[in-house]
Design a binder for this molecule. Sequence first.
Ligand code: ARG
Length: 589
Amino acid sequence: MKEILEQIKDEVREGFKKAGMDEKYAMVTLSNRPDLCEYQCNGAMAAAKEYHKAPIVMAQAVAEQLCNCEMFESVEAVAPGFLNFKLSGTFLADYAKGMQADREFFGMEQAKNPETIVLDFGGPNVAKPLHVGHLRSAVIGEAIKRIAKFAGHKVISDVHLGDWGLQMGLIITELKLRKPELVYFDPDYTGEYPKEAPFTISELEEIYPTASGKSKEDEDYKAAAMEATHELQMGRRGYRALLDHILNVSVTDLKKNYENLNVSFDLWKGESDADPYIPDMVKKMKEDGYAYESEGALVVDVAEESDTKEIPPCMILKSDGAALYNTTDLATMVWREADYHPTRMSYVVDKRQEMHFVQCFRCAKKTGIVSDDTRLEFIGFGTMNGKDGKPFKTREGGVMRLSSLIADVNEKMYEKIMENDTMTEEEARKTAGIVALSAIKYGDLSNQPSKDYIFDIDRFTSFEGNTGPYILYTIVRMKSIIKKYEASGKSLEDLALLAPGSEPEKSLMLSLVKFNSAVRNAFEESMPNRLCAYIYELANAFNHFYHETKIMTEEDENKQKHYMALLVLTKDVLEKAIDLLGFSAPDRM
Ligand code: ARG
């Protein structure tokens, strides 16, 4: 369905034209004085300048043309030259009926020119447990993925594992020290390698921090790890076999963790998958004259004249020929381009990595890895801080594992739910998990991605205020009314929306009908917080309606059916909206 604001603009344009003015003055916005009107247009004041008349005269002329439209309940020209609009109840009800009939999209139009978007998010590093730093990428990326798909675009999500850097060499080095007899370390071995990994996930998770700690103290150890990394990258068979084991063990575990977060990926590729594309890419960069040697390393200049700060050259290979973070990201673009021909590649990554992406993006465009019209988008997110305003840490000051954070929030939710004492322990645990996820995700997504935010467990788990649990609580309230309605022997089949008969009904409808524009906005700006703002407004509007309206005791049957229709539509739209954010509501809480 055409967005409601667009429909209003169309109408107002006609009004301006009929009043003898250019339609470009028909700029309509949501009212910033909701006490006076619902939508407004300030264009008559600008028009007055061109046509040399008093603004109020211009506004009156337009109002006269529009006052008989079915769309408006009232059109007022107000000094000095504002146009104030109130929508007619039937127009609103018709719009809401259109949403109701569109069970899948609730009036959200599918993209006319669908994009193909490769969405890079998650970005965990294998063999390292997920920590809170990985939370935002997963949560924001998943929401952006769902929103883009819902808007009709094709999205290919890729987790882009960190599996080609020093951490691999560290693990290999430590493993060699512990089990030198393993065939992986025998350079003369030519047979097949065992299918079974020589470690479990818990061993792996212990090996990496141990190795990383040692390398900071011991120069020789670090040198050995760097050498092992290099040999791995140069294709040493035994090390490649170990990498495969590390990947298998790690990915199984990561998948479980992401599943718990309701996050999924189409592709589980890693930096190492870019390796085969590096030699040709480098060769071409050299042949085309873009890559040159500087102090032994191979670099591509990416500075531009208009730069206001220095953008250093993009380093493609180290002097020993080793690949860098840039190298794998660029070579990853090579296969993404070849396999998917995307119109856009988007990266949901910590904003502190912005320079890396500026360099890579420029290098990719300059060297022709991606075409000029491929959009490269960096969706940089801010840091998740603790209440002290510093990056979130454990009580002891260490890096917090994501699983611990989730467990903490689950526990807190469980306690709250048990306070009400209406559930069995089992149901309470299950419900706590669902509500906790909403607390974590909504707490994150309701902020603009690029901003830092404070992870405040007390606030996020509260049933009041702009929180996930408040939204779920509102949905659960609706579900319980629906159940009661059905239990009284009435059917949901013949509900029918009417024009709103009261202020709370109307403001609920006015909120409802903005769904498509909220989703479009969230998509266009890659900002799920736009959708959160819609959700919060809608939940508030519903609760206002609920407190002002006797739904169950309404004696006028048609009125009651209308209330229930409004309630069911609001519930469906809210559930769709939170689904786009990557969480869901329980039946009770
Ligand atoms: N693994 C990286 C990290 O933990 C994030 C990867 C982001 N994606 C990318 N294509 N570079 O910092």
